[in-house]
Design a protein around this ligand. Sequence first.
Ligand code: MD3
Ligand code: FE
Length: 235
Amino acid sequence: MLESCSKLDVMPGVILWPEALACAEQEALVREIFARVEEAPFYRPVMPKSGKPFSVEETNFGPLGWVSDISGYRYDKCHPVTNAAWPPIPDVLLALWSAATGYPAPPECCLVNRYGLGARMGLHQDRDEAELGAPVLSLSLGDDSLFRIGGTTRKGPTQSLKLRSGDLLMFGGPARLAFHGIDRVMAETSSLIPGGGRLNLTLRRVTPSAGNEKTPDQGADRASHAPLRAGTGRG
Ligand code: MD3
Ligand code: FE
């Protein structure tokens, strides 16, 4: 997987594989996603404290799901509406994770964001994961979108990148704590998703893998495996 896909260095720590999944693979994955959504429906999270609703709807696959409610952000084993365990992560995504990241343990969370008309995601950092040494892997499906990424502080320059259906992005090393967001989605640029719009799937390692934990003696150095191993042997 990914062997036949060209790879672009976007900025330090960010690698893009344009069209990592072919059209038929995207269609098959969308069917798998919507089968899982039957048991883990999309819901609209709210912001901590303010209770303001997100413009995206979300669900998760895998042993842990990222959730947001009035009390805060956290990873949870259960869907907040059904209270059921999240469905498993589709195999094709597990294969992309190991091919792209080389991380020695599987992702624990696949957060699914659904962007309908006018949905966006403001600039933010992803730092709710205890394991910040693992990269985050993002797959875009459906309508094109305008993605923005900056540095590790909220102010400062940003770069914009158009993301198309099937594009795979990896964020590791110096980019793992970069501020990023989705400025807009270009409506009706793809017919992949039933009902239109865009899906983004992010694969995350939440807890350190065995042998990669920090101990009092062995601090951050040992916890960080080579974050961009996917860079070896391809492209
Ligand atoms: C850079 N999602 O779910 S994907 C998110 O398209 C999120 O739905 C956006 O930001 C989306 O948190 C952007 C690209 C992305 C995802 C996670 C990252 C970039 C990242 C984590 C760390 C650094
Ligand atoms: Fe994010």
